[in-house]
Structure formats: C-alpha cells, structure tokens
Design a binder for this molecule. Structure first.
Ligand code: ZN
Length: 129
C-alpha cells in the first residue's frame, strides 16, 4: 500500500474514533476500510444500554462500505487512543472476511502501529470450503 493511502486510512480511523459513542466501556475505537474502488469508509464503536446491541467500529466501517456498493475490501486500519493495540474481535474478523482476502490489518495506538494479515488473525473462517 502506498504511504499516502496508509496515511489517509489511519487519519480516517483516527477521525472516526473521535465520534465514538462508548459511555459504558469508555473504550473508543475508530476503524477505516480501503475499498477496491479506492474510497475509504470509516466507522466508530456505537454502544448501547443493552450492551448486546453494541456494534464495533470495524463492522460499522464494513457495513458502510457495502451499503455504498462496495464488495471488496483491500485493507483495514483500527485505531484506539490507548497504550496498547486493540485487536478486532472474532465477529468483526468474520464479517470482514466476507468481503476481504488476506488483507493487511493495521492496528494503531498512541505509541505506534503494527500490521497483521487477516488470515493470521482468522486462519479459518466460518463458511470456508
Ligand atoms: Zn468487533
């Protein structure tokens, strides 16, 4: 991925994080996906008083992209303003894998960033043949 694209992806995740609705966990997360069209879609975590209705930032970003007609995701960045990297949960990895192959999963926090591969974090997904 080009440096400029990576920066735009990280900026979008960071910006989305600033809109986090997380009054229950106080754990803000921002995510951004790069779609095959070149467009970037971002999302933040939106919690709910019922807890179970909470949706993660990663899934918000994926759902926004797919809702706009995208069906292929090339990369995802996840940002959290904490001292340690936040890995996507299993449900988000599963949803992401529906629209992505072995893409880079870029995790960033206040101290830096680290890139993993989707299949490293989710070696076998539900539904795989
Ligand atoms: Zn999740």
């Amino acid at each position: 991925m080009e440096e400029e694209t990576l920066e735009r992806l990280l900026d979008a995740a960071n910006e989305a994080c600033s809109h986090s609705y997380s009054p229950y966990s106080n754990f803000a997360v921002g995510a951004a996906v790069l779609a095959a069209s070149g467009r970037i879609y971002s999302g933040t975590n939106v919690e709910n008083a019922s807890y179970g209705a909470t949706i993660c930032a990663e899934r918000v970003a994926v759902v926004k992209a797919v809702s706009e007609g995208e069906n292929k995701i090339l990369a995802i960045a996840v940002y959290t303003p904490s001292a340690s990297l936040a890995f996507p949960c299993g449900m988000c990895l599963q949803v992401l894998s529906e629209f992505a192959e072995d893409i880079p999963v870029i995790l960033a926090d206040e101290g830096g960033m680290k890139t993993y591969r989707l299949y490293e974090l989710l070696p076998h997904r539900f539904g795989e043949q």
